[in-house]
Design a protein around this ligand. Structure first.
Ligand code: RB5
Length: 149
């Protein structure tokens, strides 16, 4: 199950991404926003991030104007590793090396075709594990208030 959310700046791109998910036969839950009215992105980003953190959803995709606000919100939720991507190389690498469980994009930054490439790369790339797992463990330790050596 993929969580997806956006703010008013990204309604159209969210619809395009949802179409991509549907074309791939992937289940998703849309956490809003649902209208073009100006809204507060933290509300919708947090709903989606908390669904991923709780295990209700496996991964999540967040879109706002720049993707920055949404990524900041998601990364405040314990257990979330949200990567803001504007290119498919970064999307692939953040899955392979960071095991990101959320993807953020900026609807005012990238076009729809680039966004679709990013989402496809992010969905299709597995985590490599190995030496990268130790680094993920450090991120988790930091999140738990530990001091890194
Ligand atoms: C909304 O105007 C804009 O601030 C928001 O979409 C996002 O870019 C915030 O980071």
């Amino acid at each position: 199950m993929i969580a997806i959310a956006c703010d008013h700046a990204a309604l159209e791109l969210k619809a395009d991404v949802i179409k991509l998910l549907e074309d791939r036969g992937l289940a998703y839950e849309d956490f809003g926003t649902y209208t073009a009215d100006s809204c507060h992105y933290p509300i919708f980003g947090a709903r989606a991030a908390q669904a991923v953190a709780s295990g209700k959803c496996d991964r999540g995709i967040l879109i706002c104007g720049t993707g920055i606000g949404m990524s900041l919100v998601a990364n405040k939720v314990k257990g979330i590793r949200c990567a803001l991507c504007s290119d498919s190389y970064s999307a692939r690498m953040t899955r392979a090396h960071n095991d990101s469980n959320m993807l953020a994009m900026g609807a005012r930054v990238i076009g729809v075709e680039v966004a679709k490439e990013i989402v496809a790369a992010w969905l299709d790339t597995p985590f490599e594990g190995g030496r990268h797992q130790a680094r993920i463990d450090m991120i988790t330790a930091l999140e738990n208030g530990e001091t890194l050596e």
